[in-house]
Design a protein. Structure first.
Length: 419
């Protein structure tokens, strides 16, 4: 997907230089699709551009930039650090850093010649807010000169009465990326790392069984720490009701929430017909997360029972047929550190841990809404026993570079190719 050669006429803009912003730069420096990148930090950092260069080439999770690019024997790849122009060259890619404006509308993408922007701050996610909104807006990038903006997180519409704008779309690569219409869509959400993994875990089951056979589903993500969490305990800000988010991630397992269920229905509309619950637990690791997916399937009398091997075969075959390698199946035993940096794998299914159990669910027809009581009275039996199989599937994902940033890079390049 756009890996051969480069689109030399298009500069890439990146707003924000935290975890996703920095690793996005790493990804595109390695990919060599864009010859020039403009990063908006929006504020002074350190004492000089040299300090930014220091931050660029070192990472506590993924090591040094040159090692990421070329292995242990590689030499440093940061060159031509130019304080006056705010630029440097990273392995041949010219990168300019802007350190003045945090509000998207003031960034000046037009002056920089940037038409495509990846928004990574997590602060501007409402596609309905006007460009000149007082707190800043995703659409501010468009007024500042960009033609397209990709958000590295799910959209969050503050006014629940507002509908999703016609020019906005949420996509997950390998699931519904074809929903993007280059003629219509200007604001694109790349969903979240968890939604991306979850979508690739759910879709093979939907393809195999259909939505009518899936009675219900639930998931819990055992998720690595993010930048929004405290290193040490701190006092919550005014009005905050979830006191756990201010507790130390270094010392605790923290219950929290996830919007994965809502975002999933945007990329796989069939999920709107299925009862689904999503929960999240944060743990003290830097990266590497796990989804535990529980699905209840209705058995049919005229077909083979749903066995563990059948579930694993569904995933292994789907992985073999995936042209992008987004879904990966393994029978090996893994821990979270094994999948950090695993390239382009939205979900790594650990078949060794797939479990299933079939039991009968008792249904009293008199208590089922919508069934005429006279019809129930005419039946010989009002109690039904329906065979239901519950299956548990484990899916790993590197919530930073390996899964999410690499797939965000694929989304970015695919959009660039249509510009």
């Amino acid at each position: 997907m756009g890996d051969a050669g480069s689109n030399s006429d298009l500069k890439l803009g990146v707003n924000g230089f935290g975890r996703i912003g920095k690793l996005t730069v790493w990804h595109h420096v390695a990919r060599k699709y864009f010859k020039e990148i403009v990063v908006n930090i929006g504020r002074p950092a350190g004492t000089s551009l040299e300090d930014i260069a220091h931050y660029v080439q070192r990472d506590s999770t993924y090591g040094r930039l040159q090692t990421y690019l070329y292995g242990q024997s590689a030499q440093p790849v940061v060159e031509a650090v130019d304080e006056k122009n705010g630029s440097m060259v990273l392995d041949g890619t010219h990168v300019t850093f802007l350190r003045s404006n945090r509000n998207p509308v003031d960034i000046g993408w037009r002056r920089q010649g940037v038409r495509l922007v990846v928004e990574t701050t997590g602060q501007f996610l409402d596609p309905t807010l006007p460009p000149d909104h007082a707190r800043g807006s995703l659409r501010g990038h468009l007024d500042a000169g960009a033609d397209k903006v990709i958000a590295s997180a799910p959209f969050k519409i503050e006014d629940k009465g507002q509908a999703m704008p016609e020019d906005a779309v949420t996509t997950v690569m390998g699931i519904n990326d074809s929903d993007y219409d280059p003629r219509r869509h200007r604001v694109i959400s790349n969903a979240s790392c968890t939604t991306t993994c979850l979508a690739h875990m759910i879709k093979p089951l939907l393809d195999a069984f259909g939505p009518n056979k899936i009675l219900s589903a639930s998931m819990a993500t055992v998720h690595a720490a993010t930048g929004s969490q405290a290193v040490l305990d701190r006092l919550p800000k005014s009005g905050k009701t979830d006191l756990r988010k201010n507790r130390s991630i270094m010392n605790n397992i923290i219950l929290t929430t996830t919007g994965a269920a809502k975002a999933l229905s945007l990329v796989i509309p069939a999920m709107q017909k299925i009862g689904f619950i999503a929960e999240s637990v944060r743990i003290p690791t830097a990266s590497g997360s796990l989804i535990i997916l529980v699905v209840n399937l209705q058995e049919e009398l005229d077909t083979e029972p749903i066995k563990r091997d059948l579930i694993n075969d569904i995933y292994s075959q789907a992985a073999e047929l995936d042209p992008n390698g987004y879904l990966y199946y393994t029978d090996q035993q893994n821990v979270s550190g094994d999948i950090i940096g695993f390239p382009r794998a939205a979900a790594i299914i650990e078949g060794n841990e797939t479990h299933r159990r079939t039991a009968e669910v008792t249904i009293d027809l008199e208590k089922v809404p919508g069934i005429d009581k006279e019809i129930v009275a005419m039946l010989n039996k009002r109690i039904l026993r329906v065979p239901v199989t519950q299956t548990v599937i484990y899916g790993w994902y590197d919530n930073e570079m390996g899964s999410y940033v690499n797939m965000l890079g694929d989304r970015t390049v695919s959009i660039a190719e249509d510009m």
